[in-house]
Design a protein around this ligand. Sequence first.
Ligand code: ADP
Length: 316
Amino acid sequence: MKIGVLTSGGDAPGMNACVRAVVRSAIHFGFEAYGIFDGYKGLVENKIRKLTRNDVGQILNRGGTILGSSRLESFKQEEVRQIAIDNLNEHGIDALVVIGGDGTYRGGMALNDMGINVVAIPGTIDNDIASTEYTIGFFTALDTAIDAIDKLRDTSFSHQRCTVVEVMGRDCGDLSIYSGIACGAEIVITKETGFNRENVLKQVKWAQSIGKRHLIVVVAEHITNVFDLAKDIQSNSDYESRATVLGYIQRGGNPSAFDRILASKMGVHATELLKQGLGGMAVYTNSLEIGHCPINEALSATDETTDLYEYLAKLN
Ligand code: ADP
């Protein structure tokens, strides 16, 4: 079997770790691995090359994607996807792993419907794929946002300011609410909370009334103009206010430990599915639930990390 792999849509830290896992595990199972460069656009333009074990060396820890990514609106048309299928057939590629967000999933499903086995892996900093608890890249982007907000808090405290920070996430508030919790933000505004100017000003005044020296307000992108909101807060409270848009720095950087492991496990899982002939599947994780049990059960429980040794065997 020949397995192709591509990254598509917005890049995310950990995509490389996932590409490595797909290529290495495919070779481990005795298959050939092919890299498709620049997402669906590269698939249509036949930018396809066989990858060796060494081709994916030294990439586990690197941000971005060595395969490149792109957006191609015309991929929604069947005749354009047929060119992609013809290119895959020309190389004898039987199956495909696509790493990206929900748009990438839709493209993968459309290819699957045209007869090629496709497995989709969630790779996006936005964590906006409902089928999985976490996407590859989310926790790294979160670490970047937290690092930036911690720094903003230092200066915000010193100058008794209200700092309004815009965090990425497209239409999903996860990066905002997680960074808000992790940084102790006083106010978090997302699509889920909704934006009500009066409520925000009320919260700011309440914070002032209980003697808060400074404030952090986290706002998800596409909700409101953070510069206008900062001005509004300044003219309606005693806080001098500043706004910062974190922007694309949240997309870059070396993947965190969590993302490297998540990406490695998902990549191996995808090739295992293809080995079984299973196409049209989306890989997910559902594992960070908080629960409880009696203490005596906690003491007698056994740890089950042994599966990680099985993953390791397929990654070298
Ligand atoms: P993400 O994968 O991060 O959500 P996009 O929404 O931009 O990013 O989708 C990535 C690419 O997937 C698009 O540029 C397009 O080539 C392809 N795609 C998106 N939606 C569809 C669809 N309905 N049918 C076929 N391909 C699609």
